[in-house]
Design a protein around this ligand. Sequence first.
Ligand SMILES: [Zn+2]
Length: 400
Amino acid sequence: MLAVKSVWQHYAPTRDVLGLLEVFRRMVNESIRIGMANKVSSLRKLSLFSYNQLAHYDSPSCYKLCAISRAAGILASRKKSLKRGFATRTPYAVRQQLVSCYSFKAKNGGLEIPLSRGKRLSIPLTKHMINSISQPGVEVRSFTLTQNRLCLSIARDVARVECASTVGVDRNLRNLTVGNDEETRPYDLSKTVRIASTTMRIVASLKRDDARIRTGLASKYGMRRTARTGHLLHTTTKTIVALAVQRRQAVVLENIRGIRCLYRKGNGQGRRYRGRMNGWSFGEAQRQIEYKARWRGLPIIHLTRRETRGSSVTCPRCGERLQSDKRLARKLWCGRCRVAMDRDRVAAVNLARRGRVRFARSRPPIVEAQGGAVEAVKGNPTTTVIPGVDAPKLTQPTTS
Ligand SMILES: [Zn+2]
């Protein structure tokens, strides 16, 4: 299967490059305008309408095609939004950038791109970039230039890892817990919460009375926060995926769509608690795990909302609903087995099992076929019958 990801680096733009970025942005906007005027959004039709009109722009013709393609993408996503009933504004490319999939070449430790007729520019690549693109089977699909970054989209064909078992990933505010019946392992992420609160405190302490400066400063600290949190997540997800590949375990992810609606004003929660929960970057963790797993050929099982339901309050031993107790911090009590269990570990084990049920059927995942059924089973968290389904499987030796 084809795996795609991107690698990026900083670079120092010359004046020519900056001019080219601006020309590209103008060409994109021109194509958008033409597309809107003629009510077309497909690449083919848009290029018929606008390619000749881009003739007076001073740019290599390969960039014209890419500008049209980019405009077609913007128009297509606008069309999709309109179809779904979202309000849209007139699309317009504000940031300078250059995307191209033609006539570039990586050689002599640099990326050669056409600047103008007969003139080419070589951007030196960092060691990391050279290393990434010279891996066996990797091909560079396209490059993107912004004012300070060079980004390469790379692809390779990977063999699918044949998995013998599954491993569940439970995402929490302060940790990622990964595990299955044999072993669970929490990865501490409490530092992300600290980073978030530090950022909040710094931004709140800025008292300049100019909104533009305040916004600029806040965005600077916001970017810093994203970078620091992202780095922590990257080290964690890298380990998770590497371990799963080594043990040939498919990764099971829960579906926590709608979680942002849980922490809103008027839901009876404190402001600080809401702020913390809404600053939780669970989506980023999922994105990283997904693309890293795909790059290695590791299958990912996405549970449906229905399959996810109750995964952290169901006893993995007997299927009983677990009780929470104020005296036990993040622990749950099973009345039937008479043991207290860590709720994160319980969730990871349950997710791994529920994924394996799907996995054992070895059919393509059933996705969102039960839209109405979700409502029908509301309030009944133990719909996935763990004892009946899982008991025989537990006795089987799982090969690793
Ligand atoms: Zn139990």
